[in-house]
Design a protein around this ligand. Structure first.
Ligand SMILES: CC(C)(COP(=O)(O)OP(=O)(O)OC[C@H]1O[C@@H](n2cnc3c(N)ncnc32)[C@H](O)[C@@H]1OP(=O)(O)O)[C@@H](O)C(=O)NCCC(=O)NCCS
Length: 140
């Protein structure tokens, strides 16, 4: 991956419904540019992954393949490439957070679930109203 590929990353995250901005991609890239990869399929850039190393632990993130190129082995190839890159004596463990789409791919490559995370979403309450209720109650 080079800085010129960050636009691809933004496009893929938007297509996947993730909320990363170009500034997020740039921050990740600056953290681990050497371990960041783009997959090409039939001459086009269609997928990404990034790796980050902290002490003896490596993280894999931003595994994304454009919708129309999925199911053709691109995600698996990206993961295998990232794992080859991380295959060094210094790294004890490789970890990642998986979506339901990524989970089968990772399990096929030998990753095992550690625990599950539930993400909640909803409409934020009006902060001003809540603060009033908390601090003063009805009697004000
Ligand atoms: C998860 C994701 C990266 C997988 O990418 P992909 O390129 O479709 O992955 P692969 O093609 O390697 O594997 C997906 C499936 O295609 C199958 N496949 C692999 N090679 C194939 C080939 N040559 N022909 C047909 N199918 C193939 C795989 O066996 C797998 O099948 P499965 O449904 O039985 O698991 C993609 O779905 C994606 O970008 N999702 C949105 C973002 C996301 O959730 N990313 C994961 C973050 S943790």
């Amino acid at each position: 991956m080079t800085k010129d590929d960050l636009g691809l990353g933004v496009r893929l995250t938007q297509e996947a419904g993730w909320n990363h901005l170009e500034s997020d991609w740039l921050r990740f890239y600056n953290l681990g540019s050497e371990g960041s990869f783009v997959a090409e399929f039939e001459g086009r850039a269609v997928g990404t992954t990034m790796t980050f190393i902290s002490d003896r632990i490596a993280w894999i993130a931003m595994v994304l393949v454009e919708k129309k190129s999925r199911g053709k082995g691109v995600g698996t190839a990206l993961l295998k490439h990232a794992l080859d890159y991380l295959e060094t004596p210094e790294i004890e463990t490789v970890r990642l957070d998986a979506t339901h789409l990524g989970r089968p791919l990772y399990e096929k490559l030998g990753f095992m679930p550690e625990y599950e995370v539930v993400r909640f979403k909803g409409i934020a309450p009006q902060l001003g109203g809540n603060l009033k209720a908390l601090c003063c109650g009805d009697s004000g």
